[in-house]
Design a protein around this ligand. Structure first.
Ligand code: 13P
Length: 252
C-alpha cells in the first residue's frame, strides 16, 4: 500500500516561530513513519535551507510552481532544471496561480510536461469556484482542467492530482466527505476513460481546502483517498504533526 501523502503548502508564508523551530519540533514526529509520507513546499527562497535541514529525514521537499522553459530571459521565474537539484515535488496550477496570475490550462500542461521530463513529481491542482459549484459545473470544470492539464504527458506513474475546491481553501470549512468522495470518483473516471486504466492505477489523488487536525480522520478514510495538501494548518508545528500522527494511527 502506498503511504498517505501529507503535503504542506506554506504559500508565501513561513511558520510563526521560524523554520528552525518548526523543523526541530516536527521532524522527530514525522520521520520514518510506516503509513504516511510527509512533504513540505516552502517559498523558493527557503528551499536550499530546508534541503539541508531535511537531509537524512524521509520528508519530501517541493516547490509551489515552476516555469516550463529550461532557462532564458524570464525575469522572476524558476525552472524545473534549477529546482530538481533540491526538490522531488512541485505544485502546479494551484487555484491562486490560476486566479491571481492568470495561468491557463495550456500553460499548466506545459509545466506538467516539463516537471515530468525533469523527474519532478507534479501535483496538479484542480477545483471549481463557488459560482461554478452553484451552477452545477463542478464536474465539467474539473474534467476540462484534467484533460488539458494532462494532455502533454503519457507517463502518469508519479502524478499526483489535488482536488482543491476554491470555496474550501482558507475558509475554515472543508468540503464534505461526500463532496470529496464524489469528485475523487470523477477524477479517477476521467483519467481512466481519457488516459487508460494503467494511468488510473498509478495516479494518486489527494484533497486540499481547510484540512485540519479536526477533519483529517473523515477525509483520509474516504475510499481511494491518497492524502492531503495542507495550507494554513501546515504552518503550525503542532497541527501539522497531529495531522500526520492521526493518519499514522488511523491507518494502523
Ligand atoms: P488551506 O488549508 O489554508 O485551506 O489551503 C489549502 C491549499 O490551498 C493548499 O494548497
Amino acid at each position: 500500500m502506498d503511504k498517505k501523502l501529507v503535503i504542506a503548502n506554506w504559500k508565501m508564508n513561513i511558520p510563526n516561530e521560524g523554520i528552525d523551530h518548526f523543523l526541530k519540533s516536527v521532524i522527530p514526529e514525522i520521520t520514518d513513519l510506516q503509513y504516511v509520507q510527509p512533504g513540505i513546499c516552502p517559498p523558493y527562497l527557503f528551499i536550499p535551507k530546508l534541503f539541508e535541514l531535511l537531509d537524512n529525514s524521509s520528508v519530501l521537499l517541493g516547490a509551489q510552481n515552476l516555469h516550463y522553459e529550461d532557462n532564458g530571459a524570464f525575469t522572476g521565474e524558476i525552472s524545473a532544471q534549477l529546482l530538481k537539484t533540491y526538490c522531488s515535488l512541485v505544485i502546479i496550477g494551484h487555484s491562486e496561480r490560476r486566479r491571481l496570475f492568470h495561468e491557463t490550462d495550456e500553460e499548466i500542461s506545459r509545466k506538467i510536461q516539463t516537471a515530468t521530463q525533469c523527474n519532478l513529481t507534479p501535483i496538479l491542482c484542480v477545483g471549481e469556484n463557488i459560482t461554478e459549484r452553484k451552477n452545477n459545473l463542478s464536474n465539467k470544470i474539473v474534467t476540462s482542467q484534467l484533460i488539458t492539464g494532462l494532455s502533454k504527458i503519457n507517463n502518469f506513474n508519479k502524478l499526483i492530482v489535488a482536488y482543491e475546491p476554491l470555496w474550501a481553501i482558507g475558509s475554515g470549512n472543508a468540503a464534505t466527505p461526500n463532496d470529496i468522495e464524489l469528485m475523487v470518483k470523477v477524477i479517477r473516471q476521467v483519467i481512466t476513460e481519457r488516459f487508460g486504466i494503467e494511468s488510473q492505477n498509478s495516479v494518486r489523488i489527494i484533497y486540499g481546502g481547510s484540512v485540519s487536525e479536526n477533519n483529517i480522520t473523515k477525509i483520509i478514510t474516504l475510499p481511494n483517498m491518497d492524502g492531503v495538501l495542507v495550507g494554513n494548518a501546515s504552518l503550525d508545528p503542532l497541527q501539522y504533526s497531529n495531522i500526520v500522527k492521526n493518519i499514522e494511527t488511523i491507518i494502523t
